[in-house]
Design a protein around this ligand. Sequence first.
Ligand code: GTQ
Length: 326
Amino acid sequence: MPRPMQRSEDPEAAFHARIGAENLGALWVGRRGLDLTRPGTPARPAVWRFDDVRPRLMEAGALVSAENAFRRVLVLQNPGFGGAMRATQTLYAGIQLVLPGEIAPCHRHSQTAIRFVIEGSGALTTVDGAATAMRPGDMVVTPQWTWHDHRNEGGEPAIWLDILDTPLIDALDTVFRETHRETLQPLTRAEGDMRPAFNRRAASARDALDRLARETRPDPCLGWRHRCDDPGPTMAAFLQRLPRGFDGAPRRASDGAVYCVVEGAGATETGDGTLEWAARDVFVVPGWCRHRHLADNGAVLFSVSDLALQERLGLWREQRWEGGES
Ligand code: GTQ
């Protein structure tokens, strides 16, 4: 009877072991069994319900001040990344709390930040010397390397969703960050001086969306979707209306997205479970994940993805199943 072959006697295994020590690897082995026809993001469809997150945020509020935490944020960690600070492969998302009278100190960084205001009307963000009020539904952009601080001058907690391109900028090894010598930067300009405008008021995006809904037919997969002016070189932001009774056609796109539910309730079906969501919840649809939206009573969704960068690189793809075929 032949002896079972020992590892050391298998010339290929011995080869791999030897070259591994020389920082070499065999491509045909590393790829074995992988589906190389499509991206394989570890990101999973996920939802964070505001009613679950808010009490945790208030606990955090009792534990640490905004100033001591620097940013008092609960990070939305996609379960596919094992506790890493990623909502998708390229986007970071977190829910930030600034209590009445508090300050989140001034700093700047090479990432672009988008804030979508969920609760409270008393907060202000200052971006490069110009202050803007943050009201529910507003999208406030902090362009890369602009000084920014937040303060709450009102009487209620201010809560917003932060979306940053941190995992993307980190992948390029280009994360830089600087703290301002003062907690609050001096105000040097009127809000309107900022070009391009860094606060895309909720009302103006809603006007654009309403116009779309009046003048066009809803897209079978997306309903009506308005693309806001790109908040920077990497990310795109959308405001989208799913009409009453929406029973969307399946679609997938190479840009994974973080959604915040502005109004209404509904569900998003994926091959990896159904996400049920309502106003103020946040959910993630990973890149190239086939999904469809449902909204019996209609809904309005805000979303952000890395579409702007994918377009610049000529990489963006989309696939739709509009004819009802599977
Ligand atoms: O408000 O500047 O959620 O720098 C993460 C990093 C918020 C901010 C975050 C940040 C900020």
